[in-house]
Write a protein that binds this ligand. Sequence first.
Ligand code: ATP
Length: 279
Amino acid sequence: MDDAVLEVENLTRRFGPVVANDQVSLRVRAGDVVGLLGHNGAGKTTLVSQIVGLLRPDAGSIRVAGADAVADPAGARRRVALQAQAQAPLDGLTPRAAIEIAGRLRGMSRADARAAARALADELDIGEWLDRRATPGGGLSGGVRRLTAFAMAAVAPVPLVVLDEPTNDVDAARRRRLWDAVRRLGDAGAGVLLVTHNVVEAERVVDELVVLDRGRVVAAGSPGRLRGTGVGDGPGDGTGDGGLRLELSLSPGGADPSAPPAQAPVPSPAACGPVGGCC
Ligand SMILES: Nc1ncnc2c1ncn2[C@@H]1O[C@H](COP(=O)(O)OP(=O)(O)OP(=O)(O)O)[C@@H](O)[C@H]1O
């Protein structure tokens, strides 16, 4: 596919006896937001780590905007911005400095990085903390640290943006702003791979969903295509289960095409918190 900014083919990664990624294939095209869903331990972060060249696969291939992420991980890293699941080490920095440094490291001019940091702070509503210094164990809340890390990933244009649980610790109002910003990145032409447990909220901004289960892709397609035709189609459907149900009828490169269609609740209602969804 010509406009693919991420092409993962038959990726396999083991940790001893654990097959964390089992022949995973997926694509992200320029302008698309692809949500990567899956239970704890499904293999999402393992996949992300290989895409950004932090972990070598046992088998399979990864291309990031044309660069071979296995043979040339440094080349792939130049084409991708990552918001890691772990909190960014901000201690000693203000959000403004951290975002501007991230922009400068991506080749932005000082003036452009400064303007982009201000615009992102406004977009995410973190302006009141923009000049507050993060200190070990204090200074900035977990949510503001998370939003700052998102802004660091989003500040400069790159072909691929990978976001690993960007809404952790973020309040409901700022989550809405964050989702809008994720959509804006896609609309501006980036491919976005979005790892999230917050499937109900994320559904609003994703073009495609890919579902991992014990290292394997078990569903892939648009939310509309994956949504079951019966009850439980998401929030506000009156069934009270609050979860997107996915019809496991898959595209090529996804799950075993010989498997019979089945409905899988994602998330399991018991695992959901009071706000948003999870999986
Ligand atoms: N460094 C490691 N050493 C051994 N096992 C690992 C390592 N990293 C991951 N695993 C295992 O690989 C599997 C996939 O883990 P991974 O962190 O990729 O899952 P995940 O989908 O990101 O989970 P979560 O939603 O909890 O973040 C798990 O069984 C995990 O225990």
